[in-house]
Write a protein that binds this ligand. Structure first.
Ligand code: ATP
Ligand code: MG
Length: 301
């Protein structure tokens, strides 16, 4: 990953540009907007691989919280090393669907999934599936950054310690993960400080580094930027546009512009149903379903 320029490189370019624009006295939100235009190196379109194989294939999934059904007959292919965005109004089932992919819903009592979810041809819900291993392969980031109340180093080292790696391996992998999450330069001199001393945006990148440390194949992100300011959001989006070269990413977002900026594929959820999915540009510009049309044109939210 490092040979071809880890994701942090692009970010450093953003930082440098940001500093020079701040020096010109531009307000931060304007800087954020103009940076999006000025610096966007890889657009989602450039990373689009229409023939990308399926990494995860969900077929006819129904999900129940007790007697309440939350997902209805969802079938969605998640393509390898592409970003799939899940959009839709509040309560439409986006987070529920995301959590079915790495069995986070297992933790909810009385919940139940019917249907099929396969990763690389293996049934995610098979009895023999090692759920701990599954969640290392399919890492997750949440809406609010949730670092452990430990040092910056220990947050990233956590999963590696669980795996029983040697000290040297852990140190190397912590540095690499922090670099890939574009956080290394900001924290390299304070690795022993509490993770809670970081800003919200830094904490979110720390959570990304923590997920990256155990070498996942898939990253699930549930509105990872919704609690962040425009600049921190930009940084996360830039990172996603680089990470897509190496990881399969599924991201829930309320922000349709964000989906357009980062996702090759998008699925639209409404009332627990997947109304439509496809290439992001098609879904936004030529939706086939009237509900999608109404949603993307802002007629309901
Ligand atoms: N732990 C739970 N127990 C019972 N019902 C739940 C639980 N979590 C979610 N639900 C219900 O399932 C439905 C889908 O919720 P979900 O959180 O998946 O929606 P969402 O699209 O992620 O919404 P938002 O955009 O507000 O995050 C809602 O009706 C919600 O009330
Ligand atoms: Mg949600």
């Amino acid at each position: 990953m490092e040979s071809k320029g880890h994701p942090g490189l692009q970010y450093m370019r953003v930082e440098a540009e940001l500093e020079s624009r701040k020096a010109e006295g531009k307000p931060e939100d304007q800087i954020g907007a103009s940076l999006h235009l000025a610096l966007r190196k890889g657009t989602p379109q450039q990373h689009l691989r229409l023939n990308a194989p399926c990494k995860i294939e969900v077929k006819h999934a129904n999900f129940y919280y007790g007697s309440q059904q939350a997902l209805f007959d969802i079938s969605l292919p998640i393509r390898e090393r592409q970003v799939t965005a899940l959009i839709g109004p509040s309560g439409s089932g986006k987070s529920t669907f995301l959590r079915t992919l790495n069995r986070m819903n297992d933790l909810i009592p009385q919940s139940r999934l019917e249907g099929e979810a396969m990763m690389d041809g293996e049934n995610i819900y098979a009895k023999k599936t090692d759920v701990v291993l599954l969640r290392q392969k399919i890492g997750m980031m949440f809406q609010r950054p949730n670092p452990f109340p430990k040092s910056i180093f220990e947050n990233v080292a956590y999963g590696l310690r669980v795996q029983g790696h040697a000290k040297k391996v852990i140190e190397e992998q912590v540095e690499r993960s922090l670099r890939d999450a574009a956080l290394w330069d900001e924290v390299k001199d304070r690795l022993k400080s509490s993770a809670l001393s970081l800003s919200g945006g830094q904490q979110q990148r720390l959570c990304l580094a923590r997920a990256l440390a155990v070498k996942p194949e898939v990253l699930l992100m549930d509105e990872p930027a919704s609690a962040l300011d425009p600049i921190a959001t930009l940084k996360i989006e830039e990172l996603i546009n680089e990470l897509v070269e190496y990881y399969t990413i599924v991201i829930v977002t309320h922000n349709m512009q964000q989906a357009a900026r980062i996702a090759q594929f998008t699925g639209f959820f409404l009332s627990g149903r997947l109304i439509e999915h496809g290439q992001t540009a098609d879904l936004f510009q030529h939706p086939t379903q009237p509900e999608t049309e109404s949603y993307v044109s802002g007629r309901f939210s």
